[in-house]
Design a protein around this ligand. Sequence first.
Ligand code: FES
Ligand code: FES
Length: 177
Amino acid sequence: MHISVNVDGVTYADEVEPRLLLVHYLRERLGKTGTVVGCDTGNCGACTVHLDGHSVKSCQMLAVQANGHEVTTIEGLARDGKLHPVQEAFHSNHALQCGFCTPGMIMQAIDLLADESDPDDETVRKGLEGNLCRCTGYQNIVRAVQDAAQRMKPGAGPKQEQHSDEHVSSKQPVGGE
Ligand code: FES
Ligand code: FES
């Protein structure tokens, strides 16, 4: 099937198998290996990306379901060499150890902060309950999300997840697989 999907500000046009999962399309076709697979049950959240600005587990979606939509991965967050405030906050608060859960955790945290600009502990934990971390014990992740909330307050710098530099290119010419 033919799909056209905007990923991290670039529009890709591809032929894909109807059964191809979005996470495999991102990783194997587009080389977006920052989005990872941590389970085969839809429980871990490591594969979390944004679809039209809202978090989704990309192992639970087909690539064809992203047709005509805008996907943002962890690799699309930095702007002009500057990390997204949530990425900065995770770094500053030592909110990762092995880092495997981190891309999905950050994508989920951004979605949470879009709804809750000043979340308390419980709100952060509830908002991230679909994302599992085997290393950190979560405390520093909660701190990082709350720190990010402060960094993202008006006057603390621009909110970054916008696609102002969109352009069209096709990494995989139509007629591939
Ligand atoms: Fe998607 Fe675990 S890889 S939820
Ligand atoms: Fe290792 Fe979260 S930092 S799984």
